[in-house]
Write a protein that binds this ligand. Structure first.
Ligand code: 6GU
Length: 226
């Protein structure tokens, strides 16, 4: 899968993908991340890509031309399966969206800044608008990093048994159960005895119960989903 990202701050998006699972996904050829500096398509030699908004008001808007020219040029290599604008007024991203996107071949993420991007780019090009939660970030880059990570790890072949997505929180609309490692007693807190029985069926039942209990307590809203 190829994920391309259009941004005025590509520097913000290097380190997040240079470690751990994202690094391995790229090394193994499952994931190809391409960062594009939007200023490459600036309207003048000053690198301008934004302007004041019609109607007045504080905050700059990313203009149509740089975005349209960038997208058109990038699509000469072939069409994107999805063109996604990351924005706090988009649909709240969840694990199901991550699963769906992980099956695409080539997607583009557009990072907004300031007051966002000209609405006409959203009307003409954008196929999905995604927010990562109900809070405001300074720009779309960190949100794009979150989306790439959540999607990238689900690409078939990226995770192995050890990092399996099957036991992740949210994968089956349940939060993950508690986990324990050595020592068996830490400051008088014992590891739940069932985990020491060596009986995988009992362990499974216990984990299922714990996951359900945790979800009821913390996130009753996700129990009712799909
Ligand atoms: Cl996608 N962008 C920005 N700037 N803030 C956000 C967001 C995106 N999602 C949540 N907050």
């Amino acid at each position: 899968m190829t994920i391309e990202i259009l941004t005025v701050l590509p520097e913000l998006l290097t380190s997040p993908f240079e470690h751990s699972i994202m690094k391995r996904a790229q090394e193994r050829g499952h994931l190809n991340i391409k960062l594009h500096q939007l200023r490459k398509w600036a309207i003048n030699k000053h690198g301008q890509v934004d302007d004041y908004q019609y109607g007045g008001g504080a905050g700059m808007v990313i203009m149509c031309e740089p975005l349209a020219n960038a997208i058109d040029e990038l699509q000469q290599e072939g069409k994107f399966d999805e063109i996604i604008f990351v924005t706090p007024d988009g649909k709240t991203f969840d694990q199901k969206d991550a699963n769906t996107l992980s099956l695409k071949n080539r997607i583009l993420l557009i990072c907004g800044h300031y007051k966002g991007i000209d609405q006409r780019i959203r009307d003409i090009y954008v196929t999905q608008e995604i927010s990562i939660g109900d809070y405001v970030l300074s720009g779309g880059e960190l949100a794009a990093a979150v989306i790439v990570d959540a999607v990238g790890r689900l690409i078939p072949g990226v995770l192995n048994d050890e990092t399996s997505a099957l036991t992740d929180s949210f994968q089956d609309n349940l939060l993950a159960p508690p986990v324990y490692s050595r020592p068996a007693n830490f400051r008088d807190l014992e590891v739940p005895p069932v985990l020491l029985t060596g009986d995988p069926k009992k362990v499974d039942v216990w984990r299922q119960e714990q996951a359900l209990q945790r979800t009821k307590q913390r996130r009753p809203d996700i129990l009712k989903k799909d």
